[in-house]
Design a protein around this ligand. Structure first.
Ligand SMILES: [Zn+2]
Length: 90
C-alpha cells in the first residue's frame, strides 16, 4: 500500500547506478553557503543554483532560527541556500 504522506525531497535518483536521495545529491553538488552571523542581513541577495530563484533572505520567507545558526531555504525547491553560524560561546 502506497503512502500519500509527502515529505521533503525524499525521492531517489540514480547516479552511477547508485541510488541516492535528491537531497544528498544536491547538498553535495551545491552546498549551502556558510557565513558568520555577523555578516548576515535579511536583505542579502541569494540565488538558487537549482531553480534560479533570486531574492533576498527576507523575501524567501524561509528564514529559520535555531540555537546554532540561521538557515535560509529556496522558497521554490527547498534547497538550503544559506547558513549563518552564530559565534561559538567561549
Ligand atoms: Zn530553488
Amino acid at each position: 500500500m502506497k503512502t500519500t504522506i509527502k515529505t521533503k525531497m525524499t525521492q531517489n535518483i540514480s547516479l552511477n547506478n547508485k541510488k541516492i536521495s535528491i537531497k544528498d545529491y544536491f547538498m553535495s553538488n551545491y552546498p549551502a553557503k556558510i557565513i558568520k552571523y555577523k555578516n548576515y542581513r535579511d536583505d542579502l541577495i541569494l540565488i538558487c543554483p537549482l531553480c534560479n530563484w533570486e531574492g533576498t533572505a527576507q523575501e524567501s520567507e524561509t528564514i529559520e532560527n535555531n540555537s546554532a545558526c540561521v538557515t535560509v531555504e529556496c522558497p521554490n525547491c527547498e534547497k538550503m541556500l544559506l547558513i549563518a553560524e552564530f559565534p561559538l560561546a567561549n
